[in-house]
Design a protein around this ligand. Sequence first.
Ligand SMILES: *[C@@H]1O[C@H](CO)[C@@H](O)[C@H](O)[C@H]1NC(C)=O
Ligand SMILES: *[C@@H]1O[C@H](CO)[C@@H](O)[C@H](O)[C@H]1NC(C)=O
Length: 289
Amino acid sequence: MFWLRLVCSVLFFLAEGSWSLKSVRIRVPEVVKSGETVTLSCEYDLEEVALYTIKWYWKDVEFYRFVPKESPPFRAFTMKYINVDISRSGPTQVTLRGVRRELTGDYKCEVSADGPLFHTDIKVAHMIVAELPNGNPMMNIEQTKVEIGKKIKADCYSPGSDPAANLTWFINDEQVSEETDSVKLHPIEIETDNALGLHSAKSRIEITTNRAHFILGFMVVKCDARIYSLWHRVVEDHVRDDTPQLAPVLGSTSSQSQVDEIIDGNGSGHLGFSALCVVNFLLVMVVLR
Ligand SMILES: *[C@@H]1O[C@H](CO)[C@@H](O)[C@H](O)[C@H]1NC(C)=O
Ligand SMILES: *[C@@H]1O[C@H](CO)[C@@H](O)[C@H](O)[C@H]1NC(C)=O
């Protein structure tokens, strides 16, 4: 009798061939906003066999089960923070209303096919529930007029969120991804409000200005704050060139280029200026006479 049963099982197994529940696929959003309604789904192909149960777990604790043979076929288990929308849950999905940050974690769906084999497969996926800041990022630039060659400091602050926002700097639309001779990036400071469990982010940049920064006439400093793909804000300010106007005035007059030619293009600034002085002086002398 025992042998017969064994042979039967083996035959059955072989007849099933490659059949298994390998086709189970879980679909859970990677990141969602706190307060949203979220549908998690589990797709499977049981081929000819009926569904026996589908169970949903959060951090290994079952919160929802669907068993077609039972009446009613579903059961939602009471669990802190989890609020199942029964009307939008069933054999292939479960809907959670008003998800909270505490629900960040691993979700599992376990599918079992009906007898005699009760094949079972389980799939897992991670979901992050993020708390967005309740305000925009702020930027403060110490001085918005600067002499070329001098430093400016800019601070960017993004109010409390979970996780903290990612802050990135841009100078004239070019991302500052690393420090250079002219840019110093201070380490990002994350401050945690323990009561609220929220993290604010602060970033400081120091820019030693050069002529290239002011190609547009001003320099655009931009702070970009992001939380995954859920939230994105940009704050920007302009810094003006406050270099004493002497050199640019000289550069823009036609006499300057003539003077430059005279002095062979060497050390144009000061030599050019003194040469121009001499010319002016001579002109003045001519006029006075
Ligand atoms: C911040 O940026 C890193 C690197 O690109 C990324 O892995 C991380 O998910 C981002 N965090 C947030 C909160 O957007
Ligand atoms: C430019 O000036 C430097 C010193 O100020 C001098 O050594 C050099 O020969 C000059 N060059 C020309 C082209 O006049």
